[in-house]
Design a protein around this ligand. Structure first.
Ligand code: GRF
Length: 261
């Protein structure tokens, strides 16, 4: 059983998606064991309430990064966490925590990295930047955390086409266009992050080095190899179907409420 610790700072929709995978019995050998949030107002804490998952508030504003991260590590250790998932976590990870969870810490980004992955670009601004740039394709990425921001070996990516209507809307109703694109990407984030967790729990992920060279230099980069043998993907899709049904109902309800408002 792989114990998972989630670090989140805000809305918590990715955490909720993980929780649903647990509730619906889609995960196998995965146990969401602890949530840590660093913002007392974070909506994610309400999602954790009543879920049976332990949750802790750790304030980052009254201590330096080393102390803050030591406190996080103490909590994660006390729940015997093997995999850490950042889900809307607004702090940069320091080298101590990175070393401790090297290739055992994942993050999600609402674009196809390395595009729109620079520092300080959080979800809303990522979609705004993508629309502003005029990309035809965006999406989401799950990756292993490296010491640098939004870099690190990519585990999974899912493409999402930017709609012509969103591009047109962006010129006149900027926020509405950003919201539309971000919601469509989010749907795939919620399917993709649990898949990455299950791949990890099934020991299907391996981080390897790729060395390339020319006359002047040798470069080494890291890449994730995924073992999808034995029809892993087909079986996962089958299992995840219950979540997709749940998700469809949720979005239909939301759209209805939005139209009534
Ligand atoms: C997501 O779009 C995620 O990709 C990014 O931050 C957002 C968090 O959303 N890193 P939520 O808190 O999970 O709803």
């Amino acid at each position: 059983m792989v114990n998972v610790g989630i670090l989140a700072s805000g809305r918590g929709s990715n955490f909720e998606a993980m929780l649903q995978h647990q509730k619906l019995g889609i995960f196998a050998g995965v146990n969401l064991s602890v949530l840590i949030y660093n913002n007392p107002e974070a909506r994610v804490k309400d999602t954790a309430t009543g879920s049976g998952i332990a949750s802790y508030f750790v304030d980052h504003s009254d201590k330096d990064r080393t102390d803050f991260e030591r406190q996080l590590a103490t909590i994660l250790d006390s729940h015997d966490v093997q995999l850490v998932c950042l889900a809307g976590w607004d702090r940069v990870i320091g080298s101590e925590l990175f070393q401790k969870y090297r290739w055992r810490m994942m993050n999600i980004h609402p674009a196809l990295l390395p595009s729109f992955g620079w520092k300080g670009l959080n979800a809303r601004y990522v979609h705004e930047a993508a629309l502003e740039y005029g990309v035809k394709l965006t999406g989401c990425t799950v990756f292993f955390v490296d010491v640098s921001v939004e870099k690190g070996p990519i585990i999974l990516q899912h493409p999402v086409r930017v709609l012509e209507s969103e591009r047109e809307m962006f010129a006149v109703r900027r926020e509405k266009a950003i919201q539309s694109l971000s919601e469509r990407v989010l749907i795939h984030e919620h399917r993709m992050y649990p898949k990455a967790i299950q791949l990890y729990a099934d020991k299907r992920l391996g981080v390897g080095e790729i060395t390339t060279h020319d006359e002047r230099s040798i470069r080494t980069s890291k890449a994730v190899a995924i073992d999808l043998s034995d029809d892993w993907e087909t079986k996962w899709k089958e299992r995840q179907r219950a979540f997709i049904e749940w998700q469809r109902k949720q979005w239909t309800e939301r759209k209805k409420t939005m139209n009534e408002e």
